[in-house]
Structures are given as C-alpha cells and as structure tokens.
Design a protein around this ligand. Structure first.
Ligand SMILES: Cc1cc2nc3c(=O)[nH]c(=O)nc-3n(C[C@H](O)[C@H](O)[C@H](O)COP(=O)(O)OP(=O)(O)OC[C@H]3O[C@@H](n4cnc5c(N)ncnc54)[C@H](O)[C@@H]3O)c2cc1C
Length: 448
C-alpha cells in the first residue's frame, strides 16, 4: 500500500499564517503544533489519520477552537482541523440538515434562520456545532427542544481501522448505535474525527426576549427568585442569570420565550417583583435573539479560566452567601458566576439514554474569569478553583464541555453512571487509545 500523504491546506511554523492558524479562544495555555492541516474534505481527514498513524505523530482534532483547556491543540504534533469543511444541506421536506463538522454556530444559525428553522444550540457564534454536540449542547432553546445532541439523527466519523488505516463510518440509532449513544454527551476527541452531523430542525419565527437586572444590594433575593422559578416555569422559556463581581455591581437575568411578550411579562413576574430591577421585554425575530445573546467578548481569544458544575437542588442560603463572598473578592471586574436553567425537554430523557448524564440537573453553573497579562494568571486560576471547591458540597458533577484540568476525579465528575459504558465504547471503537488527551475517556486496559 502507498504511504499516506498529508492533503489539504497545511500550515507549519515557517508560514506567515502560523500564529493565526495556531491560537485558540483561550490564550492562557499556549501550544505549538509542528503542523496544522485544514482538511477540505473527508478524504483529507482519512489521509491525516493514516499519516499520523504511519509516522507515529501525536495529534489532536479541532473545529471551533473553544476547548477551555485547549484539548484541541498539541505541542509538536499535528492538529487535524476541520473548520474549512462547513457545508450545510437542508432537507426541507424532512426538516433535517446535514452539516459538515467545521460549521460554527454563527454560520449554522444564519443559514437555517433564513428558512425559519433552528437547531437548539449554544450562544456564541464562533463555537463549532460539533464540539458543542459531542458534549451535549446547552443554550436558549434547551427547555423547549432539548440539548443539541438530543436533536442529532446521524453522524459520520473517520475512525482508526486495522493496524495503520482509517475508515469512514456512520452512526445513528440503528447503526453503530453504541457509538452514537457515546457521542451524545461523551465529549469531543474521544473516538474518531466527526466529519458531518445530521440534525432534526425546528420551525421558529418570532420570540420574546427579556432582561432583568439588579444592583449588588439585591444579590441574594435576585438569585433566590431566579433559581426557584427558572427551571420550573413554562417550558417555552429558557433563561440565564449572571452574578457579576461586586465591582461590576450587576446581577442580570435574560432569556428567550417562544411566545408573545404579553405572556412573557406575566411569566417573569417572580423576577420583576423582586428588589428594584431594571426590566425590558421585546418581541423579535429569532435571528435577533440569537445575535443578542452572541456576546462579542466570548468570541475573541483572551486569557481565560472557566470551570463548572450542575445543580440538582436549589442552592441553600449559605451557598448563595459563599458565591457573594467570592464575587466581592474577585480577581477582577470580569469575573462572574453564570447559570442556565435546564429541566423541560432536557430532563425528560433518562440519564443513561445518552452519554450526557446530568439529566436531573435543574441548572448548569459556570465559573468565569478573563485577565489581561500573564502575571495575573495564578490569582485568577486560584480564584476559580477555590470557588469550585467551596461550592462542591452544593453541586453535582461538571459538564464535559466546561472541562477543568484541575478536577481530580474528572471521569466520574463528567460522566457519572455512564462512565463504564463509555469505556466499553472506547474499547470497541478506539482500542489502541489513539484518540487521547489528558482527559480523554480511558479504555479499560490502560486505566490510569
Ligand atoms: C466563549 C464560549 C462560549 C460557550 N458557550 C457555550 C454554550 O452556550 N453552550 C454550551 O453547551 N457550551 C458552550 N461553550 C462550551 C463549548 O461547547 C465547548 O467549548 C466545545 O467543546 C467547543 O467546541 P469547538 O469545536 O468550538 O472547540 P474545539 O476546541 O475545536 O474542540 C473541542 C473538543 O472537541 C474535539 N473536537 C473538535 N472537533 C472535532 C471533530 N470534528 N470530531 C471529534 N472531536 C472533535 C476537540 O478535540 C476538543 O476536545 C462555550 C465555550 C466558550 C469558550
């Protein structure tokens, strides 16, 4: 057999575009690959996997570059990047779309919304649909339509085959159904290189959006009102609340309701009757809602640390006061604690029906900080880790799409009761553990 060749757009450290091609959304864990191949089609992906196997080169897979811990980058190896593969084919009759793995949410939303259709997905336009889906995918349509992965019908993946080869396989509920199960929440980079995803589409037109914000003095009451209401209100309403640093002096709840603004006004009364909020409500075409939640700061590369957890029972007063204490002593004004309401369609699927385990969670929680210069890193990371440890007694697990390299028992933390089955799937589809990174699913024989 002929030796494998790297095909596609190859960028090396000698090329002027290397720096731009290399950096991810998180600048705080820089890595320097020896080559980056921007695959143009499935053949390039097949070739890249054969090439790394024949040459015994470490590699990582990349799409939208948003891995918190930069697990899509590697020092001295090959990055197999699929972001140039982003075609979207819509089947109007079936209400489905086949989307190449490199399409980001901005592109997907722009295309689908022209036709009044949507996939429930995350909020930042530069996040790729594939990384989002493989870990689950939460966003402003989660409660009515479920997670992004709950709407996945089929995917195509390049996996390792034989001693040194690669092959393209399909996975859906009938065919390679164990792999399909694992890819709905098992996280990116574990089994093979996804090249396309086919989704069920939802018709959507106008929605109503709201914003309710309070000053720091309403901190406890505002959060308490939101957490008692958001996971249980009308399922057509998904919302988030961000607790900002004391310096920023803001607690802000926002959300999307599929329905008229008059009804939304009634629904948000538990928030608008708490403390002294500023309130606005608007009825807008869904594309405007998407743009409203697509905050530019999240899309731009920055020095960052994020981590997260799930909340299965509303937080007691002492946990809320601990959050307040942390935010009063935040490393900078940008530090915050973010929450999104779950329940609704997300909670109607059993924890073992897909690899996404935390179906009983009512809230996803995220700890966020960004900073300006490298010498602030230690303080910012220390703040996130202390915050996470302090809240651990009140929270459950962590979302695999909010990975944190400092979590010691990460396999159970991300996968709970689904870990054993995920390891079995790993053994079947990647028995040599070719697809590995510091927090990849370990096959049984190589367990630690
Ligand atoms: C600013 C920001 C906003 C976010 N907002 C949300 C949100 O609203 N909702 C939410 O649920 N999550 C959100 N996330 C988390 C996001 O879902 C994850 O970071 C996700 O993994 C990003 O995928 P990516 O393709 O953009 O990133 P990448 O860094 O390219 O990839 C992420 C992981 O997937 C693997 N991977 C990439 N491409 C493939 C492929 N083709 N086949 C197999 N594995 C692959 C990578 O190796 C890596 O392990 C956000 C993250 C950031 C930084």
């Amino acid at each position: 057999m002929e030796r494998a060749k790297l095909t596609g757009r190859v960028v090396t450290p000698d090329d002027a575009e290397y720096e731009q091609a290399r950096i991810n959304n998180n600048l705080s864990i820089p890595k320097y690959p020896s080559k980056i191949v921007f695959c143009q089609n499935t053949k390039d992906v097949l070739n890249a996997l054969r090439w790394v196997r024949e040459n015994n080169i470490p590699f990582r897979i990349r799409s939208g570059r948003h891995s918190y811990e930069n697990y899509s980058l590697v020092n001295g190896g090959l990055v197999i990047d699929v972001s140039d593969m982003s075609k979207i084919e819509i089947n109007y009759k079936e209400m489905t779309a086949r989307i190449e793995a490199g399409a980001n949410l901005g592109k997907v939303n722009n295309k689908l919304l022209k036709y009044g259709m949507a996939i429930p997905a995350g909020t930042e336009g530069s996040v790729c649909l594939v990384g989002l889906t493989l870990g689950g995918g939460i966003g402003m349509l989660s409660r009515p339509f479920g997670l992004t992965c709950d709407n996945l019908i089929e995917m195509e993946m390049v996996r390792a085959s034989g001693h040194r080869g690669s092959e393209l396989i399909k996975a859906n509920k009938e065919h390679n159904s164990d792999l399909f199960w694992a890819c709905c929440g098992g996280g990116g980079g574990n089994f093979g290189i996804v090249t396309s995803l086919t989704f069920k589409l939802h018709a959507i037109s106008n929605v109503s959006i709201f914003s309710v914000s309070w000053a720091w003095s309403d901190f406890e009451n505002a959060f308490q009102a939101w957490q008692e209401w958001a996971p249980y209100t009308d399922e057509h309403l998904t919302s988030q609340i961000e607790l900002k640093s004391k310096e920023a002096n803001e607690v802000i709840a926002q959300g999307v309701f599929i329905g008229p603004s008059t009804r939304l006004k009634e629904l948000i009364r538990p928030l608008t009757t708490t403390g002294s909020p500023k309130v606005w409500i608007k009825e807008v075409p869904y594309i405007k809602a998407v743009r409203f939640f697509d905050v530019p700061a999240g899309n731009l590369p920055a020095l960052r640390k994020r981590s997260g957890s799930f909340i299965e029972e509303t937080l007691p007063a002492k946990a809320i006061s601990k959050m307040k204490r942390f935010l009063a002593n935040a490393p900078n004004e940008n530090a915050s604690i973010w929450h999104q309401s779950l329940g609704g369609a997300v909670g109607r699927i059993a924890p073992n029906d897909s690899a996404y385990f935390y179906r009983n969670a009512i809230i996803a929680q995220e700890y966020i900080t960004t900073w300006e210069s490298m010498n602030e890193e230690r303080q910012n990371i220390g703040w996130i880790e202390a915050l996470r440890n302090t809240l651990t007694p009140f929270t459950d697990g962590d979302y695999v799409n909010f990975p944190d390299r400092f979590i010691k028992d990460w396999p159970i933390t991300y996968y709970g009761g689904n870990l054993k089955r995920l390891r079995e799937v790993k053994m079947k589809y990647d028995p040599f553990n070719l697809f590995h990174f510091p927090q990849s699913i370990p096959p049984f024989k190589r367990w630690f």
